[in-house]
Design a protein around this ligand. Structure first.
Ligand code: MGD
Ligand code: MGD
Ligand code: SF4
Ligand code: MO
Length: 690
């Protein structure tokens, strides 16, 4: 027996691959099959392993199906009704705020939440709770690129062109992206680029699956991409290859930038980055001898305490070559989470209102307060950024209660032992999740929520394309949406306005709240998204076609020009030394997603546990071999895992994936001054045989 097919999108990454869901019945049980959606443009029917197996959590015993409240006497999480759970939470929130003030309650959101949820969460914090303390895990994702994009171009849309433009580029430079593992169906565009005669360059301390599909592979020391970009710009200028007409007509600040790179000759770059001067010259030659050059950054370049300066340096290079706005060329950031783009636009960020408006802007406050029907003066100001928020939990002037929607903080936050202590010091921790994540397991209250196939909502993919996930099946009994949680709490907290639980109604309101903002969704409707296979923002009205390509005529600053920035190489926050002589970097493997809360529970996906990737030269020096246990230590702690000996990594660097609890006990919480991004991608470590 089969039910109706629904066209929707994958629950995981920012590619938001189109898929078809087929409910059915086998052996008396409900089933849900994932089938291709052949003519959805981004993935053209292709999915990665995680996508094909994504229905595995449906009907799983691992699903949470009842609200749980921690019993004061036994300390155990105990099933209660939704009424009891929401009454209890609202009661506690009220008491804590009465005693310590509005900011004593904080909210932590996620870049995997739908636009509707992210929007409601921001509104809930500012209006129902009246707190300034809200931020989200996107701060740990692409915030350095967002900050650099906003400062340079005046607006932050990860890719200002459709992903398929990659196939038409002549040279594609991937700076710290392992696309073949992190968004596998996207790698087809790299292959097409090469079939068309184009060249792919991969810059990564490891020769990854993506590097295997590249023409040029550059393996810098982790944390030195900034110096690499300065060195390339130096060569572009020295060789007389600046696009001066473009620079004069479309940018500001070039002269100072040119001066600042004068001393970055290739031999100096080699000393800092480990990339041979000849390799650098060859790369510069490749860039200057083609017109359609595309520079794409991802977490490898961005997740550093110098991440936003690094992105600024690569954008400076792109601007000097005249790339942004040129057909099939430019700069872009490969956003990571399912709604990593939309999640950063509609108000769950600490300093932000919907439509990518800023909380400190009086006109923005007036507009959004008008849509919400509240007094602009009642809206709080900006609060703490994600890590600073977690760091302040339970302290004298920090929040005493935290509501978490869509993040498994205990596994994914940097310096995780410290973060765990902060969470443990709270008076109240409420976690809304699909499964008993490591963070939910610490909570005082756990609220079970619907997952993607069980609810409707929009997401904005890495291209800025707003897409629609349609509900395909009924949720399990006892499970409610985040929208229901927010509305239920708002009502109990006697919020001055009502919170809708109907996604389409919320989306219409989001459209009005975003109208006139940088990320303008006012002209987008569910019907249009379905008819047009996604609509690219900005889309200010119903007759507007949407904006697949930005910057073709002008940038988003008032004078229409891009702003170049002078940036300095500073090195990593924690340089290696005798005690910690190795660079530890972290990242992803194909078969697991993020903190692993979802994918580690899917039986078809290999759950290998963490491992320590190292070069044979290092393994020999340590006296270890492939598969043997080693201990990796940093100034913050130690973890054990088997060695994985590969020739594809630099001998001075080890790599550990972060999908399993552990490696973030080692990572450094040094923050980028502009984006507040932690330095996930490099810290000083030592390795010993266990
Ligand atoms: N399979 C899988 N796919 C995912 C995810 C997942 O968890 N699993 N998560 C999604 C999300 S949220 C994100 S943000 C994206 C991330 O997508 P990516 O950025 O592609 O993934 P990472 O593995 O974090 O990092 C990419 C590469 O950076 C390299 N690297 C480390 N340090 C440096 C450095 O200093 N410089 C340079 N140039 N490179 C460095 C690493 O070796 C790694 O190969 O993936 C998305 N897709
Ligand atoms: N060392 C190291 N650490 C990293 C990184 C790294 O490269 N290295 N990368 C960082 C990056 S880029 C990211 S994006 C973060 C990601 O790390 P997390 O923020 O932990 O992301 P997820 O594991 O996706 O957690 C999402 C949680 O929300 C639940 N969930 C899913 N959908 C919903 C929903 O609709 N509502 C609710 N309420 N819950 C839902 C899931 O079950 C899961 O428990 O990790 C960061 N941490
Ligand atoms: S690439 Fe991303 S969106 Fe596509 S199937 Fe895999 S996890 Fe899902
Ligand atoms: Mo991410």
């Amino acid at each position: 027996m089969t039910g109706t097919q629904t066209r929707t999108h994958c629950p995981y990454c920012s590619l938001q691959c189109g898929m078809t869901l087929q409910p059915g019945r086998a052996e008396g049980r409900a089933t849900l099959e994932v089938l291709p959606w052949e003519d959805f443009p981004v993935n053209e029917g292709g999915l990665c392993r995680k996508g094909w197996t994504s229905a595995g959590l449906r009907g799983s015993r691992e699903r949470l199906t009842s609200p749980l409240v921690r019993d004061r006497e036994t300390g155990a999480l105990t099933a209660v009704t939704w009424e009891e759970a929401l009454d209890h939470v609202a009661d506690r929130l009220r008491t804590i705020q009465d005693e310590h003030g509005k900011d004593a309650v904080a909210v932590f959101g996620g870049g995997g939440l739908t636009n509707e949820k992210a929007y409601q969460l921001g509104k809930f914090a500012r209006v129902a709770l009246g707190t300034s303390q809200i931020d989200y895990n996107g701060r740990w994702c692409m915030s350095s690129a967002a900050s650099a994009g906003t400062r340079t171009f005046g607006v932050d849309r990860g890719l200002p062109f459709p992903l398929s433009d990659v196939a038409q580029a002549e040279v594609v430079v991937l700076v710290g992206s392992n696309m073949a593992e992190t968004m596998p169906p996207a790698a087809r565009y790299l292959d097409r680029c090469r079939e068309n005669g184009g060249k792919v360059v991969v810059i990564d301390p490891r020769v990854t699956a993506t590097a295997e599909r590249a023409d040029v592979v550059v393996q810098p020391v982790p944390g030195t991409d900034l110096a690499l970009a300065l060195g390339l710009l130096h060569l572009v200028i020295a060789g007389g290859h600046v696009d001066t007409a473009y620079v004069e007509a479309r940018t500001n600040g070039f002269a100072a930038v040119a001066d600042s790179v004068a001393a970055w000759w290739p031999e100096r770059v080699e000393r800092v980055t480990g990339v041979a001067a000849e390799e650098l010259r060859a790369l510069a030659d490749l860039l200057v001898s083609h017109r359609k050059v595309m520079v794409l950054t991802a977490r490898g370049a961005e997740q550093h305490a110098t991440g936003s300066d690094t992105v600024l340096a690569w954008i400076d290079l792109a601007l000097a070559l005249g790339l942004p706005g040129r057909e099939h060329a430019g700069y872009g950031c490969l956003t990571g989470q399912g709604n990593g783009q939309g999640g950063r636009e509609h108000g769950q960020k600490n300093d932000q209102l919907p439509g990518y408006r800023m909380l400190v802007d009086p006109a923005a406050r007036a507009h959004v307060a008008g849509v919400w029907g509240v007094d602009p003066d009642s809206l709080p100001g900006p609060g703490r950024s994600a890590y600073e928020l977690l760091d302040a939990l339970g302290t004298d002037d920090g929040p005493k209660a935290l509501l978490v929607h869509g993040s498994n903080i205990v596994v994914s936050a940097p310096n995780a032992t410290h973060v765990e202590q902060r969470l443990a010091s709270l008076d109240l921790l409420v976690v809304c999740d699909i499964v008993m994540s490591e963070t939910a397991a610490m909570a005082d209250v756990v609220l079970p929520v619907t997952q993607w196939a069980e609810e409707t909502g929009t997401m904005t993919n890495l291209e800025g394309r707003v897409i629609l996930r349609r509900q395909a099946v009924a949720p399990p009994r006892g499970v409610h949406s985040d929208l229901d949680v927010v509305a239920g709490l708002a009502e109990r907290l006697k919020a001055p306005i009502a919170f809708s639980t109907d996604p389409e109604e919320v989306f219409e309101e989001l459209g009005r709240a975003s109208a006139g903002g940088k990320a303008d969704y006012a002209g987008i409707t569910y019907e249009r998204i379905e008819a047009e296979k996604g609509v690219f923002w900005p889309c200010p009205d119903a007759t507007h076609p949407g904006t697949p390509r930005m910057f073709t005529e002008a940038f988003a600053h008032p004078d229409g020009r891009a702003k170049m920035h002078v940036v300095e190489h500073r090195g990593t926050a924690e340089p290696i030394d005798e005690a910690f002589p190795l660079h530890l970097t972290t990242g992803r493997v194909l078969a697991q997603y993020q903190s692993g809360a979802q994918t580690r529970r899917i039986r078809e996906l290999p759950d290998t546990g963490a491992f320590v990737e190292m070069h044979p030269l290092l393994a020999r020096r340590l006296g270890t071999a492939d598969g043997e246990q080693v201990t990796v230590s940093t100034r913050r702690g130690s973890v054990q895992a088997p060695a994985r000996v590969v020739t594809t990594i630099r001998p001075d660097t080890v790599f550990v994936p972060f999908h399993w609890l552990g490696v973030n006990r080692l990572t450094n919480d040094a923050l980028d001054p502009a984006s507040r991004m932690p330095e996930f991608k490099v810290c000083a470590a030592s390795v010993e045989v266990s």
